[in-house]
Design a protein around this ligand. Structure first.
Ligand SMILES: NC(=O)c1ccc[n+]([C@@H]2O[C@H](COP(=O)([O-])OP(=O)(O)OC[C@H]3O[C@@H](n4cnc5c(N)ncnc54)[C@H](OP(=O)(O)O)[C@@H]3O)[C@@H](O)[C@H]2O)c1
Length: 171
């Protein structure tokens, strides 16, 4: 990707599913630093260390699976649904909004880009409404942070062999 940026064929470089150690290594060896990392982020997965490090190093974050990716094919039968979590529901009730809006606001209030997916027009509209709501109600979200356990839904970044990545980078 770096030659593409140098030739003006790409504006900037983004990465995905990169953890804190991997991001540090990428920034150490990159000639063109990456500007965005797309990571799984929701109240069931504590990413505060990675988010802090990214901000300190000018790497913005896009949160994927912000609603807990309920449709993922490998979800277990007893999957813990974020939308039904009692803390999330309690905040939503008290703020007269939906649990999904709380989950999106959770990401926006951390200064992240949030990428929820919906195939339904009404839900997409519901999801967009959070932007104005979030500015007013950020403090209400504090208790969602207490949910941060470790329920990753996607692939573990450390399962990507970093030696391979370095080989690609040096080509
Ligand atoms: N970089 C990566 O490795 C990676 C990995 C996973 C996902 N992603 C990206 O992240 C984005 C979102 O992730 P995701 O699709 O896994 O999970 P998600 O956004 O957490 O959840 C999507 C699910 O939530 C439902 N939903 C959306 N808005 C809703 C609302 N207002 N009320 C009720 N249900 C609602 C959707 O159903 P309906 O469609 O029926 O509304 C869908 O079942 C996608 O664009 C995906 O491509 C990236």
């Amino acid at each position: 990707m770096e030659p593409l940026v140098e030739k003006g064929l790409a504006k900037s470089i983004g990465v995905s599913n990169v953890n804190l150690q991997q991001l540090g290594e990428i920034l150490r060896i990159a000639k063109v630093p990456c500007v965005n990392n797309q990571i799984e982020n929701h109240p069931f997965l504590d990413q505060t260390g990675l988010i802090k490090f990214s901000k300190e190093n000018n790497v913005s974050i896009t949160a994927f699976g912000p609603l807990g990716s309920p449709e993922r094919p490998w979800a277990p039968e007893n999957d813990k649904n974020l939308r039904n979590d009692p803390v999330v529901k309690k905040i939503a009730d008290s703020r007269k909004c939906t649990p999904v809006q709380i989950l999106i606001a959770y990401n926006l209030s951390q200064g992240l880009v949030c990428a929820p997916k919906s195939t339904c027009v009404e839900r997409i509209e519901e999801n967009f409404k959070v932007i104005s709501w979030c500015l007013v109600h950020t403090s209400a979200l504090c208790s969602t942070y207490s949910l941060q356990i470790s329920l990753r839904r996607g692939a573990r970044p450390e399962h990507v062999l970093f030696a391979d990545l370095r080989k690609v980078t040096c080509m």
